[in-house]
Design a protein around this ligand. Structure first.
Ligand SMILES: [Zn+2]
Length: 580
């Protein structure tokens, strides 16, 4: 398509004098709308500034991140006829896949265009030029397709409009945007609900100046974005423990965080808040000519707050049982927010054993104890440390955990808890030099976490070596001159074993009732995810750190140590299987 068309058209057509919003009100009918077939700009006021951005030649990209049922589709159904009739240029309308694109054209778009007189008068005379998935108007083509390579290639477009982009495969947004061929008047429009962190939409969303939808308080005139925390409700339950949804729904009100002014949960009150709403540009780093708009479902006055509160309560109930899916749906579809990786955490509910740290503070043995270790994670100016006692069956009790500031303190606790010198293990990853020095001085053992899947052990007389999750003892020269013993351990295999112990919990893998918040928090610091293996280029499940994980690392080193002394026995053949 020749870009000259744009100019020719503007010269020839009688230009509409009003705004885009006026034009839409006069010319577009919305046969599918549940509220009004006529476009009423006061009905979904959050669309108005976006429509102005469509009309504004200075804006090259519009991202709309909005809840389901929040008039996203209405926006597209208003914008497409307007573009065709008033602001023409080759346009590409892209859905998640070809079938969805066809369905949308079939079930909605055709009716919108047929019902718009200025568009209908431009329909091509040749009926072969008007198909479901493409309309070749005399002044511009419109293509409707799925987000895949074959559809997105070899077309040159002024408008690239992507719908439900949260579902698109990696790279497809970029592929679509290449169709602009850097036209000066190009416009990308991406419409979506919230997505999973790491999706291409992360970059598109933060590229734009962020316009957050908010309301101006009736009483104190302060502006606040529509935050979930400003909806207040009482958690009422029946005597049998079931939720009393009616009572909860009736208890909901909206509160202004500045002055405490309350708005009740009624249709009229929600509409009044909507009428007092407006966008405010947030302080973000953004690219020139890019804008992003966001509003949540509770800002949409026709959405009953009771429904959203109910979904929220139910989703959180499920989360407590380890199922985060409903909360993810709520976050993405209702809050129109990104689902972050942390929220994906299994949030393992850990049950404490029936004892306290003080029960073992003088070095008392646990029942049937065979060995105890101290493991230390060294940071720049402090240490994290765990002491755990093990039985022959692989069960264990946490004796001590926490942060310490000096090596001398660790030495003191070691003596108090009566742990042998060789059985104090220090992670040498951060600063091998000083670690080797202390190991040489006090007879401690240094540890190196490794990405290897295992280490070969050769036994005299054995036909072939055995692979284990730790290496044989080795000796390194410490900077101070002494000898330091060290061992490598396989990060993935050991952490798999730790996560199994964590899942099994008490009384097999125990911790005291007075365990620290740090420990509980850090026990959920890593999760297993698919990652691209650098060498093999294959996707592989790997432990990924989500937050501070020092105590989790200390517990992993405990597992490695327990494997070394044979308390935790992972059968050699089984290990072989695990690691190949
Ligand atoms: Zn107020």
């Amino acid at each position: 398509m020749n870009p000259v068309f744009d100019g020719l058209w503007h010269g020839a057509a009688p230009k509409y004098k009003g705004t885009a919003i006026d034009w839409m009100r006069e010319n577009v009918r919305l046969p599918h709308s549940a509220r009004s077939t006529y476009f009423d700009p006061s009905l979904a006021p959050w669309l108005n500034d976006i429509i102005k951005a469509v009309q504004n030649d200075d804006i090259q990209q519009i991202v709309i991140c909005a809840p389901t049922g929040g008039a996203k589709t209405t926006f597209l159904e208003l914008t497409i006829p307007y573009i065709i009739a008033q602001q023409p240029g080759p346009a590409l309308l892209v859905s998640q896949n070809d079938d969805e694109a066809k369905d949308w054209a079939d079930s909605r778009l055709t009716a919108i265009l047929d019902n718009c007189e200025p568009v209908r008068s431009l329909y091509p005379a040749d009926r072969h030029l008007k198909r479901k998935t493409s309309i070749i108007f005399p002044h511009m083509p419109v293509f409707i397709c799925g987000a895949n390579m074959s559809s997105l290639q070899a077309k040159s477009m002024r408008y690239c409009i992507g719908d439900e982009t949260w579902q698109w495969k990696p790279g497809m947004i970029g592929e679509m945007k290449k169709r602009h061929h850097d036209r000066w008047n190009r416009k990308t429009i991406l419409v979506t609900q919230g997505w999973d962190q790491g999706h291409d939409m992360d970059r598109e969303y933060s590229a734009g100046a962020l316009y957050e939808w908010g309301y101006t308080c009736e009483k104190c005139s302060s502006w606040h974005k529509w935050q979930w925390s400003d909806l207040i409700y009482e958690e009422s339950k029946f005597d049998d423990g079931g939720w009393n949804w009616d009572a909860i729904s009736q208890s909901i009100y909206h509160v202004c965080p500045t002055c405490g002014h309350r708005s009740p949960n009624t249709v009229a009150s929600r509409r009044a808040l909507s009428d007092r709403s407006s966008y405010k540009k947030q302080e973000t780093n953004c690219i020139a000519k890019h804008v992003t708009f966001h509003w949540p479902a509770w800002a949409v006055h026709w959405v009953e707050w009771g429904d959203i509160v109910r979904e929220w309560i139910e989703a959180n109930e499920l989360k407590k049982r380890g199922d985060t899916n409903a909360l993810k749906q709520w976050t993405q579809k209702r809050a129109a927010q990104i689902w972050k990786q942390e929220s994906d955490l299994p949030s393992v509910q850990l049950m404490a054993g029936n004892y306290q740290k003080s029960d073992y503070s003088e070095g008392q043995l646990i029942d049937n104890e065979v060995v105890r270790f101290i493991t230390v994670d060294r940071q720049r100016d402090h240490f994290w440390m765990v002491a755990r006692a093990w039985r022959a069956d692989g069960s264990s009790r946490l004796l001590w955990e926490g942060k310490v500031l000096t090596e001398e303190t660790i030495r003191g606790i070691q003596h108090q808890l009566k742990v042998g010198d060789k059985l104090v293990f220090q992670d040498a990853h951060y600063e091998p030099g000083p670690v080797y020095d202390t190991c040489a001085k006090w007879g401690w053992t240094a540890l190196h976490g490794s990405g290897n899947d295992g280490f070969l052990h050769y036994k005299a007389g054995a036909k072939r070596p055995i692979k284990k999750f730790f290496s044989p003892y080795k000796v390194a020269k410490a900077p101070s001159g002494g000898n330091a013993a060290y061992i490598n351990w396989a990060n993935e295999g050991v952490k798999d074993c730790l996560s199994q112990l964590r899942a099994r919990g008490a009384p097999y893998w125990e911790f005291p009732t007075d365990v620290s918040e740090h420990w509980l928090f850090q026990m959920n610091s890593e999760v297993k995810r698919e990652k691209l293996h650098k060498e093999t280029k294959k996707m592989k499940l790997q432990w990924v750190k989500l937050r501070a994980n020092h105590l989790w690392d200390c517990e992993a080193m405990q597992v490695a140590a327990a494997m070394m002394v044979g308390v935790l026995r992972v059968d050699a053949n089984q290990e072989e299987k695990l690691t190949t």
